[in-house]
Design a protein around this ligand. Sequence first.
Ligand code: FAD
Length: 575
Amino acid sequence: MSERGVIVVGGGISGLMAALKVVEKGIPVKIFSVVRVKRSHTVCAEGGINAALNTKGEGDSIDEHIRDTIVGGDFLAHQKPIVKLCNAAPSIIYMYDRMGVTFSRTPEGRIDLRLFGGVKKRRTAFAGATTGQQLMYALDEQIRKYEALGLVTKHEFWSFQSVVRDGSGRGIGIIAMDMKTMELRAFPAAAVIICTGGYGHIYGRCTASTHCNGSAASSLYQQGATFANPEFVQFHPTTIPNIDKMRLISEAVRGEGGRIWTYRNGKPWYFLEEWYPSYGNLVPRDIAARAIYKVVREMGLGIDGKDAVYLDVTHIDRKRLDERLGGVLEKYERFMGEDPREVPMKVFPAAHYSMGGLWVDENHMTTIEGVFAAGECDYLYHGANRLGANSLLSASFSGFEAGSRVVEYIKGKDQNTDKKWFDDELKRQNEQFKLLAAASGDENVYALHHELNDVMCDKVGIVRKNDELSSAITKILELKERFKKCGTSDGSRWGNQELIFKKDLYNMLELAHAIAAAALLRNESRGAHYKPEFPERDDANWAKITKVRFAPDAPKFEYEDVEMSYMPPTKRDYR
Ligand SMILES: Cc1cc2nc3c(=O)[nH]c(=O)nc-3n(C[C@H](O)[C@H](O)[C@H](O)COP(=O)(O)OP(=O)(O)OC[C@H]3O[C@@H](n4cnc5c(N)ncnc54)[C@H](O)[C@@H]3O)c2cc1C
C-alpha cells in the first residue's frame, strides 16, 4: 500500500468516482478542485445517464447501446472500450440506485427511461431534470464517510498547475496553487488522476461552467502528455442564445416530445422531421446542430432574422412537463422571462462537450507514467460525436476504471521521495507566476479571451473551411504575442483572480492552437467536424485518431488507426 496516497485533480462525477475506488482499498486520497466539489460542472447535467436497462420492454440491449455509440461517434472511437462501457452501464445505474439516487420511476416502481438523440429505444435513466446533481451528491456522500475517517482530504479552491516528474519522467506528485493565499505548493503522490472536465471555455459562449477551460489538461500537454482528437468539439443544438453564456436546454426536452421548427413561407416548418423522418427531432447532436445552422445562417430563416429557431413543448400536457422537465423549463423562464409551457423557446447551437482530451491507454494512463485521466478530460469513448446522456456514463465508468487501475499500478512501486524533483518544479512554477505578474502593457486578459472565443466560434465551429482555419491559427498566434503585453491591474497577493485567469488563458491559447491546427489537417467530414470542401467521411485516409504533442513553435501531429473489432464502418444515415 502507498504511504503517499493518490491525488485526484477534479471533484466532478469522474473525480469522485475515481477517489472512491482508491479510498475503498484503504489508500488515502487528496482531491483538488478549483470550486467546491459539489459545485463541479457535473451539477449542471440535467437530462440523464444511459444504460440498456430495457425497463420499458422495448427489447433494448447492450449490443444496441454499443452499436449506437460507435455509429453516433462516426467510427472514430476504439470499439473495445465502448464495449466495456456499455456492458458496465446497467450495474453502474444499479450502484447509484443503491447509493440512494432518486431515479424517476415508472408507475410499477421500475427505473423510468426516456428517449435521447441518435437512438431508437428508451435508454436514459434520469432523476427529474437534475440527474448530474443527484449522481454527484450520492458519490459525495460516500466520499464524506472516508473524509470523516481522515482518509480523504479535500483541497477546494486549489488550482492544479503541473505534475512533478522524477528523472525517469514518471509523475510523482503535483504543484497546486491555493487560490486564496496564492501560495504554490508541491504535493507528492504515488499516482495522479486528472479529472478536470472539458475545454468548452476556449469557445467562451458555451454551455459549460467557467472552470471547464482545459487549463489543467493543457498544462499536462505542455509537459509532454499527448492530447487526442482536439478538433472534435460538440455543438449542442439547443441552447439559449446570449452574448456571454449559452444556457443549455437539455436534449431531454426533445426526448419528451419537443419539436424544432421555424417559419418558412409564413408557416411552421419542422425541418428536422422533414429531412430525417426516421429520427426526426432526435437525430444526433452534430446533425441537428448543422441543420439548424443551415436553416438560420445559409437559408436566412432564423426567427426574426436572428440566430434562433423554435423548440416547442406547448403541445405537451403542463403536468407532465413539470414532472419530467421542471428544472429545464424553469431555467428558460428565469432567463428569458417567458413561460415555455405557453410560448415556444428560442434556441441556437453552442459549444458544449469536448470529445477530444488527454490520450489514455486502456488503463486510463496518459503518456506520462503515473498520471491517469478520466471523465470529459480524456478522449476515449465518444469519437467524433458524443450521444446525449453517454457522458455521465463514461465519466462514471472511466473514474471507476482509472481508480481501480491506479490501485493496481501503485502496488509494489517504489516511492520516489527525492526532494529535488519537487523543489525544481516548484521553482519553475514560481518563476512562471512571477513573470506573469510582472508583465506589463496595455493588453487585457479578458478582452483577449473574448477575441479567442470569437475566432473559435466563427472559424473553428460547426462549419469549417480551410482558409478560415488558417486565418484562425494566424489569429491565435497573434493573441499569443499580444498575451505577452497583458498587464495585471490587480497587484494583490490574495485571491488574485486576474492572475489565475491569466495563467488559464495562456493554457487555453496553447490548446486552441492544437484544436485549430488539427481541424485544418483533417480534410474530411466526420461527426462534429464538418468541412463543406470535404463533405464525406474518408475512412481510407482518416479513420484515425489525432495525436498531438506540444512543441513551442507549433503542435506536432501523428495518427493512430481506430480499432474496429466490434463492427466495421457503415454509412451513418439517420434518415
Ligand atoms: C449544461 C450541461 C448539461 C449536461 N447534461 C448532461 C446529461 O444530462 N447527461 C450526460 O451524460 N452528460 C451531460 N452533460 C455533460 C456532463 O455533464 C459532463 O461531461 C460531465 O459532468 C463531466 O464530468 P467530469 O467529472 O469529467 O468533470 P466536471 O464535472 O466538469 O468536473 C471538473 C472538476 O475539475 C476541477 N478542475 C478543473 N480545472 C482544475 C484545475 N486547474 N485545478 C484543480 N481542479 C480543477 C473542477 O473544480 C471540477 O471539480 C452536460 C453538460 C452540460 C454543459
